[in-house]
Design a protein around this ligand. Structure first.
Ligand SMILES: Nc1ncnc2c1ncn2[C@@H]1O[C@H](COP(=O)(O)OP(=O)(O)OP(=O)(O)O)[C@@H](O)[C@H]1O
Length: 337
């Protein structure tokens, strides 16, 4: 069955039953991190991080360079061992899964080991070693737009084609969970839109999708939830909407005059006014805590020539920046489940 042909289906869920029909049923989260820490010598890459990834959602894993995102993903798939705590897939450590590719598909970057092997041969060897049907290889090649280049050596693939091949490998086992490190990296505009729609579809089918990204605009378009790491600690585990909403809307005012912000401040005592360009005063300011109308009236009262006046709605990037500004200082306990 091809993923794109499949009708929306009930969420994948992992149940641990008692063996009796009427007994209690424990639902195990598909991806869960419990108090996980990882130290590399003196470096604490992860510091007691706990969260679970919701099924049927795309969750964006965000954080500045060195925040611990890749470490977290590596620990999940057993490429590294935690110093303490645990990472589990459907209630099991990755290495204890009998057929891991059927449960979780991953692409954490990197290239196929045999660079001269064709894309099709590479996927066939993965399918063979994981007990997957050979026919599935052509399905995922088709799904990832690689069917026409499947005969070519994977080692010669561009960054974008390599991303598609990595995703094809991740989808081979038709897994319930997908974990991708920077999946948009290297894709062209069509590719970015394609992967966005594919990830959305996979989540709508009930799969659990975790992606890391530095591109806030992409995460805002594709993700439902975000987990933010900073300095190895969990800063937020919330919805995209909630994090975006933490930043306040701003009014941007451009005038023909420089150095007029004191006059504006006198007329808007409750607003925060800062220059658009903090390197130089070019007569443009960002105002928070006042409406467009109030800023416009203040500009008139200050006898300024208005060149531009508009409200800018806070987005995920603005919300993220308010959070990582003091990263590592506190664990954000906001939950918006
Ligand atoms: N194998 C390793 N040996 C030593 N230190 C490591 C190792 N892997 C990661 N680190 C350190 O752990 C911290 C977290 O790194 P990690 O690569 O997980 O961050 P990241 O959030 O993925 O960063 P980026 O956005 O730059 O990819 C960093 O300080 C990094 O230098």
């Amino acid at each position: 069955m091809r993923i794109d042909d499949r009708a929306r289906r009930p969420a994948f869920r992992t149940f641990v039953g008692t063996g009796r029909q009427s007994g209690p049923v424990i639902v195990v989260p598909m991806l869960q991190f419990a108090e996980i820490s990882k130290r590399y010598g003196p470096v604490t890459a992860l510091d007691h991080v706990s969260f679970r990834v919701e099924e049927g959602t795309v969750t964006g894993l965000l954080g500045p360079n060195g925040a611990g995102k890749s470490t977290l993903m590596r620990l999940l798939v057993g490429l590294d061992r935690p110093t303490s705590g645990s990472a589990t897939v459907a209630g099991h450590r990755y290495r204890d899964l009998r057929w891991p590719l059927r449960v979780i598909g991953t692409h954490l970057g990197g290239r196929p080991v045999h660079r001269r092997r064709s894309a099709r041969a590479h996927l066939r060897s993965v399918a063979l070693t994981h007990g997957l049907a050979r026919a599935r290889v052509d399905e995922v090649l088709e799904l990832t737009g690689l069917a026409d280049v499947a005969h070519r050596a994977a080692g010669g693939f561009s960054l974008g084609m390599g991303q598609r091949l990595g995703l094809a490998g991740a989808l081979l086992g038709d897994p319930a969970a997908l974990v991708l490190d920077e999946p948009v990296n290297g894709l062209d505009t069509d590719g970015v839109r394609w992967i966005r729609e594919l990830l959305r579809l996979l989540a709508d089918q009930g799969r659990t999708v975790l992606i890391s990204s530095h591109l806030m605009s992409e995460v805002q378009l594709v993700a439902d939830r975000v987990v933010v790491l900073g300095g190895g600690r969990l800063l937020a585990d919330t919805t995209v909407a909630e994090l975006a909403g933490r930043a306040r809307d701003e009014v941007v005012l451009r005038t023909a005059e420089h150095g007029a912000d004191d006059r504006l401040r006198a007329l808007l005592p409750d607003a925060a006014i800062r220059p658009v360009d903090d390197q130089c005063d070019d007569g443009a300011w960002r105002v928070t805590g006042a409406s467009e109308r109030e800023v416009g009236l203040a500009a008139r009262g200050a006898d300024l020539t208005v060149l531009h006046l508009a409200r800018e709605t806070a987005d995920l990037e603005a919300g993220y920046l308010t959070l990582v500004g003091d990263r590592g200082q506190q664990v954000d306990s906001v939950e918006a489940r």
